[in-house]
Structure formats: structure tokens, C-alpha cells
Design a protein around this ligand. Structure first.
Ligand code: E4P
Length: 223
């Protein structure tokens, strides 16, 4: 499973890259708005930091297929070849996906709340489909189950599209999809921090240090 950061703050991205093995960054218009700077200023800064090989997923805002394709061209031109254009999986979005795939663009179908949306995006040739796990949970359905179903739908229908699971709110959701072997998950920095935060582990490590210092003296290490 690829491990992607869902954020646009360059400080947070740098912090996460420093510690974790990361495959790229996703953004959406709300994430860019929260960051405050002009969208392309932020995105160019992210691209420069993550390098040309890493995946950068950037969403279009237009509601019609023609507008989406136009925005996609600008996004690709500004941000380079490993940029994935995120297209909302609406009727117009499906048309834009088909057109963009004909041109050889990288496409991530986003705003996926149902298995059928994902199937249609797969048929349109999308590289990734992004089910919104926690938002689906909030509707009273099961977001993890939906992401697993979508993974199975792609495999059973011979579609090359991979799941890019999104909108996580806790470690359990991430773990279940990691165990299932979905293609990728994009996770916000606070949820990423929670993946490794464990007081029991901290206590165990502290106890080792205390015992060692009892033997060798305070502040001593294996040197
Ligand atoms: C990813 O494609 C989505 O934009 C994002 O993960 C949505 O996350 P949220 O539900 O936390 O806003």
C-alpha cells in the first residue's frame, strides 16, 4: 500500500517526510484554501520539495467536463509528469476522465461515496479511485467495507485502477485497508502521527533506559 500525505502545509509535509517513508502528497480545494497561499504557489513548493518522481494529486474545480480538462492541462503543465489530476466522479467527471486518459494523463477519480461510482471511474480508465472512508462512515454506511468492495470490483473486472483510500479519521481504518492490500492510502498528518503514537511502547522503552542507566549511569548509551 502506498503511503500518501493528505495536506498542503509545506512545514507539515517536511515533518512527515523526515520520519516516515512517504510516496507522495494529495490535496483538494479545501486543503489548499486552509493553507491560505495561492494554489499554484503552494503546489509548486510541494513539488519542489517532494521531487519529480513522487506522486502529487491535485483536484480540478470546474463542474463541466470541458472546464475540468482545461484545468487538468494547466495542472500538468505547472507540476510535471508524476502529477495526478483529481476529477470528481460526477457524470461530467466521467466524461473528463475518458478524454484525459485518451491523452495519457494520470487521473485520480475522487469524491467517491459508492461502489458504482468507483466501477464507472475504473471503466473510464482512472488510475486511482478515492473512496472517502470516514465520510462514508458518517453517512451511516461502512467506509472500510466500501473501499474493500471497490478493490475487489477492480480485480474481478480486470480493471487496472487502484484504490486510493482517503478521508481517514483513525488508525484502525488505515490498518484494515493496509491488511487488505489496497493500492494506496492518503492520510492527514494528525492521523499519521496517531499511527505510531502508543503510550505502552513509550513506557516499555523508558523502562529499558531506566534499567540500563541503573547499570551504567544516567545518560549513558551503548558506546
Ligand atoms: C482525498 O481525496 C480527499 O480530498 C480527502 O481525503 C478528504 O478528507 P476529509 O474527509 O478529511 O476532508
Amino acid at each position: 500500500m502506498k503511503f500518501i500525505i493528505d495536506d498542503a502545509s509545506i512545514e507539515k509535509i517536511k515533518e512527515i517526510y523526515d520520519t516516515f517513508a512517504v510516496d507522495g502528497v494529495t490535496t483538494n480545494p479545501s486543503i489548499l484554501a486552509k493553507n491560505g497561499k495561492q494554489p499554484f504557489e503552494t503546489l509548486r513548493e510541494i513539488r519542489e520539495f517532494i521531487g519529480p518522481e513522487a506522486e502529487l494529486h491535485v483536484q480540478v474545480v470546474a463542474a463541466d467536463a470541458e472546464g475540468m480538462v482545461e484545468e487538468a492541462h494547466r495542472i500538468q503543465k505547472e507540476l510535471g509528469m508524476n502529477t495526478y489530476v483529481k476529477i470528481p466522479t460526477t457524470k461530467e467527471g466521467l466524461k473528463a476522465m475518458k478524454d484525459l486518459k485518451k491523452e495519457g494523463a494520470n487521473v485520480t477519480a475522487t469524491a467517491i461515496y459508492t461502489q458504482m461510482q468507483a466501477f464507472l471511474a475504473g471503466k473510464a480508465g482512472a488510475d486511482y479511485a478515492a473512496p472517502y472512508v470516514n465520510r462514508i462512515d458518517n453517512l451511516g454506511a461502512n467506509g472500510v467495507r466500501a473501499a474493500k468492495d471497490i478493490h475487489d470490483i477492480f480485480k474481478k473486472n480486470g480493471l487496472k485502477t487502484e484504490v486510493l483510500a482517503a478521508s481517514f479519521k483513525n488508525s484502525q481504518q488505515v490498518l484494515e485497508l493496509c491488511q487488505y492490500g489496497v493500492g494506496a492510502s492518503t492520510i492527514s498528518p494528525d492521523v499519521i502521527e496517531g499511527l505510531i503514537k502508543n503510550d505502552t511502547v513509550t513506557m516499555a522503552v523508558n523502562a529499558f533506559t531506566k534499567d540500563f542507566e541503573g547499570l551504567c549511569g544516567a545518560g549513558m548509551t551503548m558506546k
